[in-house]
Design a protein around this ligand. Sequence first.
Ligand SMILES: Cc1cc2nc3c(=O)[nH]c(=O)nc-3n(C[C@H](O)[C@H](O)[C@H](O)COP(=O)(O)O)c2cc1C
Length: 357
Amino acid sequence: MPTLFDPIRLGAIEAPNRILMAPLTRGRSTRAHVPTPMMAEYYAQRASAGLILTEATGISQVGLGWPYAPGIWTAEQVAAWRVVTDAVHAAGGRIACQLWHMGRLVHSSVTGAQPVSSSATTAPDHAYTYEGKKPYEQARALALEEIPALLDDYRHAARNALKAGFDGVQVHAANGYLIDEFLRDNSNFRTDEYGGAIANRIRLLQQVTQAVVETVGAGRTGVRLSPNGNSQGANDSNPEKLFVAAAAALSDIGVAYLELREPGFAGTFGKADVPPIAPAIRRVFSGPLILNSDYDGASAQLQLDAGTADAITFGRPFISNPDLPRRLAEHIPLAKDNPTTWYSQGPEGYIDYPVAA
Ligand SMILES: Cc1cc2nc3c(=O)[nH]c(=O)nc-3n(C[C@H](O)[C@H](O)[C@H](O)COP(=O)(O)O)c2cc1C
């Protein structure tokens, strides 16, 4: 069985190790959602990851409601991302862009428009806005006639990602955002071909993935799902059946890898309602399977030893340990991240975590 330090081919990407960086929203872009030079430094510091998955990056203004999060729909955003990808490549790394439509998990004060979703629902809890947290607003159901334009937004963003020098893209289909809102039966009440039966609820995921694959190639397209339980209000009555069907469809499309965010029952960033669905997904998804949530070096290696995963993404450990692969290899203690600077805009808690001596 491979170790975390063995290389792995993820479609067209040759990752030199299996310690990948999970997507992490950090809120260091401008108010126009343009990446800043500080982001180039941050990502370049983490270039020893087998592959960096960027923070979630908006495909359109209506789909991006997170203050100071980056987008990738304008030429200015593409040019600014080019500085980031150049810095990562110069440091010897690889970087893929996580493509994000937040669906109902936005506030109109940030997007300028009513949220859209699979159905007219309101997410529980509060949205982050420039004026602090505000209750979510009711979303409107996307009309059938609007889906082609949505797919075009994904194509446009994926094309822009290649223009910006990314090695690939990841379709963000996890965490209760738009695609996840179509997948799950507590947020999708549609009666057309995108609702009801599982084959219908996975249709948007398939179409978005297919559109992205046609734009950048299957070898540069990955997908992230969060199958095992409630995620920001999105949940399903039969998650195993749903996500096994979704994973089988993605396997048929031939994506470069599938990443699963599955916390445990005692997860420290989200908790599971049901056991991991990864074992069942492993049986139907033929490409590399990447697992995430609450791993350390030892528990990550156990998954590789058991053959239940091909690689692991690390989130918070990469925030505070820019040289995480080396620390795991040399058993150097990990630094703890500071949650109060996760989304603060300055350099503090962002580019000032030192590498080990
Ligand atoms: C500050 C922060 C920002 C995050 N942003 C994203 C994101 O943009 N996209 C995403 O898919 N997940 C995001 N996540 C979830 C992480 O990718 C990951 O699933 C989670 O941190 C659990 O992994 P860990 O235990 O290795 O940290 C975020 C998590 C944190 C803590």
